[in-house]
Structure formats: C-alpha cells, structure tokens
Design a protein around this ligand. Structure first.
Ligand code: MG
Length: 216
C-alpha cells in the first residue's frame, strides 16, 4: 500500500489515472492526432515512488522516456461530477513523472494492444510532495520543466493543456468513480526524450513542487 503524507493526514493512494496527448506540441512530436476527448489510461499504485527514490530501468526496453506532468490528488468520492464538484474534489497538486517505455509502446500501438506494459512498471510514476489546493490558488499558467543532468529538456506552461484540470476530472468521473486518494497525471508538454542509467532528473512546476530522481 502506497501512502501520501498530506498536511496532517496519511492518505492511501488508490488508482492512478493518466491523460495522454494533452498538449498539442507533444501529440505532434510523436506523430499523433490532436485528440477531441481526453485519452485515458491507468497505472497501479504499486508503481508509485517519491522524489529522491530511484527508477530502475527495465531491462526489456531500450528507450525509456521522461514525461513531466502536473499531478492532481483527489480528496473526495465523485461520480458524474459537474464543474463545481470536479473543482472542489481536487485536494492537492504535485509535479510528477509518467515514465514511458517508448519502444514497447510503439510495438503495442502497431498491434493495437493496450499500452499497459509500456506504462506500468515499478517506479514508472514519480511524485513530489503535494501542496494543498485550499492554500494554493492554482492559476493554470504555471511554468513546468524537466531537466536531465542539468540540461533543460521540457519547458512549457500549464495553460497549453488541451483539456484543463476541471475538464479532466469531470470527464474521468463520467466514466468511473474517482475516490479519495486517487491521483491524476494530466499529460506532458513536448520535449520528451530518452534517459539512460545514471541520468539525474529534476522536474519542477512553478509554485507547486519539485522532484528529483535518478535512473539506475
Ligand atoms: Mg504522460
């Protein structure tokens, strides 16, 4: 069981729901169409690690990519939420990494198979500490960045998301119940690239959080 320390509470992490292709430039860099509705996939909570923990590179992939993303912490159970319910269900924010085995994903996409094995492996979801949505007034235009060995690879702003955070929560809740402790990874901007063993990664969202990890 993975738990998040959030203010004075320990919260059990439920499912991790991820949004794919939520920035136009990222969809284009992988040769994909810009979606007209959010693309959703899941990761198990057991994949989650926290800032300063290390990511073990799976030996069956030769192309692991970083994807830096805004992460939402859900604070209440919701189903078919309207806009207000979706907004108030967001309890916290963090910066996260949706690590992806791009070579495996490309093979799976060709065959029309689910992305599961490209997206789900131990350490594939990394998060910083969470900041409270009650204490931090989310603006939606914060800077988001990722560097590898101090070299900037991803550098964007959250207002370039195709679907904003309320639209994402509302949409997911129209398909499945969201529960307290669920996490939502909201998609990555352009600049995804390959990492190798011993690389040091630092992800940051302005005013929200910072994480660091290493590939081993
Ligand atoms: Mg992603």
């Amino acid at each position: 069981m993975k738990t998040i320390q959030f203010e004075n509470q320990k919260i059990n992490v439920g499912k991790i729901v991820c949004v794919g292709r939520n920035y136009v430039e990222h969809a284009k860099e992988l040769g994909n169409e810009v979606p007209t509705f959010p693309i959703i996939f899941l990761k198990p909570a057991s994949n989650l690690i926290f800032s300063t923990e290390k990511i073990q590179h799976p030996d069956y992939s030769h192309e692991m990519h970083h994807e830096v993303e805004l992460v939402l912490l859900i604070g209440e159970n919701i189903k078919d939420a309207d806009e207000n319910q979706a907004k108030s269900a967001i309890m916290g924010f963090a910066v996260g990494l949706d690590m992806t085995l791009r070579d495996i994903q490309d093979e799976l996409k060709k065959k029309g198979h689910p992305w599961t094995l490209a997206k789900c492996f131990d350490g594939s979801a990394v998060v910083s500490d969470f900041i409270s949505a009650q204490k931090y007034q989310y603006k939606g235009n914060e800077k988001i960045s990722l560097s590898v060995n101090n070299e900037l690879r991803q550098n964007s702003t959250l207002n370039l998301m195709i679907f904003n955070i309320v639209e994402i929560v509302k949409y997911i809740s129209s398909k499945m119940t969201l529960e307290k402790g669920d996490l939502i990874f909201t998609g990555t901007p352009s600049g995804v690239s390959k990492v190798k063993i011993s690389d040091k990664l630092v992800g940051e969202i302005e005013n929200i959080g910072k994480l660091e990890t290493e590939i081993i």
